[in-house]
Design a protein around this ligand. Structure first.
Ligand code: GLY
Length: 394
């Protein structure tokens, strides 16, 4: 932990108020200095809040303060602001962005402006709810979208990652007592449980509904190997997402869902407890290579630690699994011995390495890379191993 805290402090001093960017990283493992504007912005500031929560050292909080003007701008979310600053419009990932920045800040400092921004973000997320289909819409039309079929498809699409955006709604419900937030979160989670968690405990990445009628259409991958495969990071979002839903609601169906998806995740690790990018490639001889996604292991470890606290003596099994994942991740993926490196973990996989229908088309630069969320969840998991009662931002 001391090495991680030192690394965070060093990176904070080097970044100022810039955003770390893995896409423009140099060969010596220095992040590019970005302006922010995508779904990953809050993982860095979230690490500053984690470091402050864990250590009590207000230097980390002072660095985090420097990002507040950015979030004041980001929450405006008008076309003009997004255009002027190169921001993506806020979509279902609003939960990631404002939980780790403003909810975390409010919980740690009581800052009312942070609370207001987080509630505004919850409204933006709730407004994405598709009433007929009972799901939160994932993606919007992006300016580079040219295919009319895909533009229409996105109007009826939800994705497994969305489970990690629901804590923002559950927090808003607790904060305001407005049941609309909680109802939307639970209705969406039940839709995911019904259509996206398969009988064997695996999950699909995205699911399409008819945008007009809300009728279910079927599974589709975005970042995985195939529509019927199991993208390991998606599975890990489900592990942590269902654990958190159980923590908020106490509903047994979410605990059962956690047990199914977490056991599937664990059963698809090999002797190496760092997950491959998509579990389907493990048994597919035509798969040309089988890159890891270290971030998926850390996200799942956080979910296992969360649920371990609710399972009494049975929790020990999940705590031991989380410990094994973190141990292997530390040995095989951490950069802590590499002088000058800024990211903490190597061997993340950002998106689809290749597809089953065209395995020779391996996308360059997608795999074997650090990922900001890998660093965030690794840090969160290690801190929670050591201090299980530490404040939870989600
Ligand atoms: N939420 C997007 C991803 O996991 O890559």
């Amino acid at each position: 932990m001391n090495q991680i805290l030192e690394r965070i402090a060093k990176n904070a001093a080097a970044l100022g108020t810039k955003h770390p960017d893995v896409n423009t990283m140099d060969n010596d493992l220095h992040y590019g200095r970005g302006h922010g504007g995508s779904w990953v912005d809050s993982f860095w500031v979230g690490m500053l809040y984690l470091a402050y929560a864990y250590s009590g050292d207000s230097t980390y909080l002072t660095y985090a303060d420097g990002y507040q003007p950015f979030y004041r701008l980001r929450i405006k979310d008008t076309d003009a602001v997004c255009e002027a600053h190169g921001f993506m419009k806020l979509d279902h990932d609003t939960g990631f962005l404002f939980t780790l920045s403003q909810v975390a800040r409010f919980k740690l400092t009581g800052d009312r402006e942070a609370r207001d921004m987080a509630l505004r973000a919850a409204d933006i997320l709730a407004a994405r709810f598709h009433e007929k289909g009972s799901f939160i819409r994932a993606w919007d039309t992006w300016k580079w979208d040219t295919n009319p079929a895909f533009i229409r498809e996105k109007k009826g699409k939800t994705i497994i990652d969305s489970l990690m955006n629901l804590p923002l709604l559950m927090w808003a419900f607790g904060e305001t007592n407005d049941s609309r937030y909680g109802d939307i979160a639970v209705r969406h989670a039940d839709t995911v449980l019904r259509y996206m968690v398969r009988a064997d405990g695996s999950t699909c990445h995205t699911f399409n509904f008819d945008p007009d009628t809300g009728e279910p259409i079927g599974e589709k991958t975005g970042q995985g190997y195939a529509d019927d495969s199991c993208w390991s990071r998606g599975q890990s979002w489900a592990v942590y997402g269902f654990a958190l839903l159980y923590a908020y609601t106490g509903e047994k169906r979410y605990q059962d869902a956690f047990l199914r998806v977490a056991d599937y995740f664990w059963d698809h690790l090999t002797t190496v407890k760092v997950p491959v990018w998509d579990f389907a490639v493990l048994t597919d001889d035509t798969a040309p290579y089988k890159p890891w996604d270290s971030s998926a292991g850390c996200i799942a470890a956080c979910g296992m630690l969360e649920m371990a606290a609710h399972l009494g003596t049975d929790g020990a099994r999940y705590r031991a699994r989380a410990a094994a994942i973190l141990d292997h991740t530390t040995r095989l993926c951490a950069t802590l011995g590499i002088a000058g490196a800024e990211p903490i973990l190597l061997h993340g996989c950002g998106g689809p390495a290749y597809r089953r229908e065209d395995p020779s088309r391996i996308k360059p630069g997608i795999c074997d890379t650090p990922l900001l969320f890998g660093d965030y969840f690794y840090t969160e998991a290690l801190m929670r191993m050591e201090k299980p009662d530490m404040v939870r931002f989600w």
